[in-house]
Ligand binder design. Structure first.
Ligand SMILES: *[C@@H]1O[C@H](CO)[C@@H](O)[C@H](O)[C@H]1NC(C)=O
Ligand SMILES: *[C@@H]1O[C@H](CO)[C@@H](O)[C@H](O)[C@H]1NC(C)=O
Length: 575
């Protein structure tokens, strides 16, 4: 009898330990989450979001309207500005063959901070993009109606990205009505528009996803310039697959100080280079070649910055998504040291291969640094023609950008991720965790964490009211909130739902770095809203080991006895 009991005891122990190793994904019901929401009747496409923490505000660009919402509660609308298209312009758009109800409206797609008083705003404006200045104090447009070509897309459904850096607007967008001439450009109030060369080796039918600046930091010894990175998917020139188009995810970069060339590459980037982004799992032959969204996780030391990206696959239709992460240092190394590719013709067919010829100096595509300044090259206008001609013909690098660990952080089946944001948090074990929030095409949100090299999904819930794509996702560490924009509205959600775990065991098993069990209250609490004096008594085990939970005291709301309790009862004759 004693041995039989021991058998049960050991069996249960095993069960407990295997249970512990498994990550339990919580699927919350939307009704119980108290999400905050905003939308106005008759207004759609809330897809442009801008958070200004100092102003406590979330700015939203929708169709023909701009809103200022409270960042503490997006259901509270502070201000609204309307920006519709004049009747004559709608008629012109309609006459060019566009739909009055869908195309010939003004979709606000650029909302960027210009200075303390104004936002720079652009809209598609009935397929004739326009930009204007929005006063933050009285929330009115200046009525300047600047030409928006090269700053905003004509077509509201075409992919597009933009970033404002030191008063200059960088965009990846179409430059014409038909949407076929796509460019990466910089609009500056004091200089002519700087563009990419119109050539398939520079950009080949790209879908722009994201752009951001990576600063060099204040005191770099080599006087390096800040760089603007663009992420997009385009048609590859270097691969083919039985005559089919092969899509390829790319990262491209330009230097902030670029002024174009003097003769060669006049009013064109002299620093445009691009490389392939790799996100694949070789063991299972899974290749993720469509980049959908990017998030730059900045660190105090700019060199520690990590770029997170979500991918789907061109070949896999049932929905398969991956998250890959890249060290900025690796990306920079590819651009500063990588080999160039060149175009050759074999039987009149274009082929791309490594260029083994001697590369001119200064290195083609490099930013101006102290070393060049010493050689009297203080701006891109002084670059020699040989360097410029080379970069014009060789914008593609052969070396790819590989993800951290040479594989995806994680892969998820049966979902198409559209958005990602990442928060770096310090858990009670004093270790740093990157918490990844990914949004899907059906309005679902996943929260995932890497623990000892493996990712697990902590929770999953329907963030949007209806199953539609999450078009934009922002995160605020101050309000501990996520903000999602979609065609039908804006939703705000907390980054953790600790209070929903009723017992110590469930709280610990959630393996959520935000949550810990407080045995005194007793409740599962968010550690970031708990005073640090109390940290000593909190219980958090990110390996899911619930053994440290107090015996019996599993919280008054816990109705089912835990396996742990059962174990103690059975084992007691031996103790
Ligand atoms: C705008 O929203 C409407 C309504 O949800 C949707 O049908 C349409 O596709 C959206 N348009 C764009 C350009 O996103
Ligand atoms: C993912 O996208 C593909 C291609 O657009 C679609 O066929 C598939 O149904 C989607 N899957 C899910 C789960 O949303």
């Amino acid at each position: 009898m004693g041995f039989a009991m021991l058998g049960v005891f050991v069996g249960l122990l095993l069960e407990v330990s295997t249970y512990r190793a498994h990550a339990v994904t919580r699927t919350w019901k939307r009704q119980g989450l108290d999400l905050m929401e905003f939308s106005e009747p008759g207004i759609f496409n809330y897809s442009t979001l801008l958070l200004i923490e100092e102003r406590d505000a979330l700015y939203v660009g929708a169709r023909e309207a701009i809103f200022e919402l409270s960042k503490k509660n997006v259901a509270v609308r502070h201000k609204k500005a309307q920006w519709a298209v004049a009747e004559a312009e709608v008629t012109m758009c309609f006459m060019k063959g566009k739909s009055k109800e869908k195309d010939c409206l003004n979709y606000i797609r650029v909302l960027q901070v210009l200075d303390n008083e104004r936002l720079y705003v652009c809209g598609t404006h009935a397929f004739q993009p326009q930009c204007d200045y929005l006063s933050l104090s009285d929330f009115t447009l200046a009525g300047r109606a600047e030409d928006g070509r090269g700053k905003c897309s004509f077509d509201p459904s075409q992919s597009f990205t933009t970033v404002m850096v030191d008063g200059e607007l960088y965009s990846g967008t179409a430059y014409d009505f038909l949407g076929s001439n796509r460019i990466i450009s910089r609009y500056s109030p004091s200089q002519p528009l700087l563009k990419t060369e119109h050539s398939t080796s520079w950009l080949n039918d790209p879908s722009f996803v994201f752009a951001d600046v990576i600063r060099e930091g204040e005191n770099t010894a080599d006087g390096e310039d800040d760089k603007i990175y663009f992420f997009f998917t385009e048609e590859s020139v270097e691969y083919e697959f039985f005559g089919k188009v092969v899509l390829i995810p790319r990262v491209a970069r330009v230097c902030k100080g670029d002024l174009g060339g003097q003769r060669t590459l006049q009013k064109k980037w002299t620093s445009f280079l691009k490389a392939k982004l790799v996100c694949s799992e070789p063991e299972s032959n899974l290749v993720f070649n469509v980049v959908r969204d990017v998030f730059v996780l900045s660190a105090e030391d700019p060199k520690e910055t990590v770029v997170y990206a979500v991918f789907t696959s061109q070949w896999c239709n049932e929905g398969l998504s991956a998250v890959c992460a890249y060290n900025i240092k690796n990306i920079e190394d590819v651009f500063s040291k990588g080999k160039y590719m060149k175009r050759i013709y074999v039987d009149r067919n274009e082929k791309w291969m490594r260029d083994n010829s001697i590369t001119p100096t200064p290195r083609p595509g490099a930013c101006i640094n102290n070393h060049m300044r010493q050689q009297s090259i203080s701006s891109s206008l002084h670059l020699p023609d040989k360097t410029l001609q080379f970069v014009k013909d060789h914008p593609l690098l052969e070396d790819p950008v590989l993800p951290i660990g040479s594989r995806p952080r994680f892969i998820t089946k049966e979902v198409n991720y559209t958005q990602i944001v990442v928060e770096r948090v310090r858990a009670l074990d004093k270790k740093i965790y990157d918490v990844m929030f990914t949004g899907t095409e059906k309005g679902v949100l996943h929260k995932s964490v890497m623990f000892e090299g493996e990712a697990y999904v902590v929770e999953e819930f329907q963030l949007l009211k209806t199953p539609e794509p999450i078009k934009n996702l922002l995160l605020s560490s101050q309000t501990r909130s996520l903000y999602a924009g979609s065609d039908s509205g804006v939703v705000q959600s907390p980054t953790a739902f600790c209070h929903k775990y009723p017992s110590c065991k469930e709280c610990v098993l959630a393996r959520d770095p935000y949550c810990a069990w407080d045995p005194q209250t007793p409740a599962c609490v968010n550690i970031f809203s708990t005073p640090s004096e109390r940290y000593g008594r909190l219980i958090q085990r990110l390996n899911g080991d619930a053994d440290s939970c107090p015996l019996g005291a599993t919280g008054h709301r816990d109705k089912t006895p835990s396996i742990f309790c059962l174990l103690i009862v059975l084992a007691s004759p031996f103790l």
